[in-house]
Design a protein around this ligand. Structure first.
Ligand code: ARG
Length: 277
């Protein structure tokens, strides 16, 4: 009894500690709610099993996030290309399976995973405490941060400058969580490209999004630049998500990721896709 109380106090203290330090990448936000996902995933089988001995490994993604996943004429998995897609393909093939991609809205991914519609999520997905409540994450394979994309002539130089600017985020991304935590009002778009178009057209002042994806958008569009503010936006880690308790699949994924981190496969994939047009 006493022990339990102590433990509870410790857990509470740790939770509080985490929320103090998680300036941006952790706490719950409306953006992470899955009402829309739930309706999309409704009607799917509720069989929640990874096909351990099956031949297919079904990954869910949202292919709107270059250089991690995007649609291309000739992708590594059908029409899907990017760092994550290459990693997914390798993980599957190294284990005698075929990677299959299910492309869906970012917000639908975790519900689809919980429903057993997919075996794993690979989507440049940041590990957050809130997400950890519903799924298990692999060893992280990439570190990113939120950045601000602005027009070249913008006077924005730090995060606090955007407090009274028109902010665009992407629905359900950690960038939205950040704005919720900072208490800045924003408009949420379904796709990064839509938010960037809004910026290009002068309808918003700043897009808050993950660093590597921001680099892509800036190189694809003239007149934009990136403003970083590490004091406001902490590092985020991308990992693959599996159903809670699916240790068999998680171990398989972790072994593959750890090997690819150690032998440089992931950093060379990241370099290759960062440069690709
Ligand atoms: N890292 C951010 C997050 O986890 C954005 C990920 C977006 N990924 C995607 N495939 N659209 O919220």
């Amino acid at each position: 009894m006493k022990k339990a109380t102590k433990l509870a106090a410790l857990v509470l203290a740790m939770t509080m500690l985490v929320s103090v330090f998680a300036a941006c990448s952790n706490s719950g936000s409306a953006g992470d709610s899955n009402s829309n996902a739930a309706s999309q995933a409704a009607g799917q089988s509720s069989e929640a099993q990874a096909p351990a001995a099956g031949t297919e490994l079904k990954f869910g993604t949202n292919a709107e996030f270059p250089p991690f996943e995007f649609v291309a004429a000739n992708g590594v998995i059908g029409q899907y290309d990017g760092i994550d897609m290459a990693i997914a393909k390798q993980i599957a093939e190294e284990n005698g399976k075929t990677a299959v991609i299910e492309n869906m809205e970012f917000d639908s991914l975790l519900v689809a995973l919980q429903n057993g519609q997919i075996d794993a999520v690979i989507a440049g997905m940041t590990v957050t405490d809130e997400r950890k409540e519903s799924v298990d994450f692999s060893t992280p394979y990439y570190t990113a941060t939120q950045v601000m994309i602005v027009k070249e002539g913008s006077d924005i130089t730090k995060a606090s400058d955007i407090a009274d600017k028109k902010i665009c985020v992407i629905q359900g991304y950690t960038g939205q969580t950040c704005m919720d935590e900072m208490g800045y009002p924003y408009e949420a778009f379904k796709k990064g490209t839509e938010a960037v178009l809004e910026l290009v057209n002068g309808k918003c002042d700043v897009v808050v999004i993950d660093s590597a994806t921001a680099e892509k958008y800036v190189s694809d569009n003239q007149g934009l630049k990136i403003v970083e503010d590490p004091t406001a936006f902490e590092g985020e880690e991308y990992a693959i998500a599996v159903q809670k308790g699916n240790t068999e699949l998680l171990n398989m994924i972790n072994a593959a990721i750890e090997k690819k981190l150690a032998d440089g496969t992931i950093s060379s994939l990241a370099a290759q896709y960062a440069e690709a047009e």
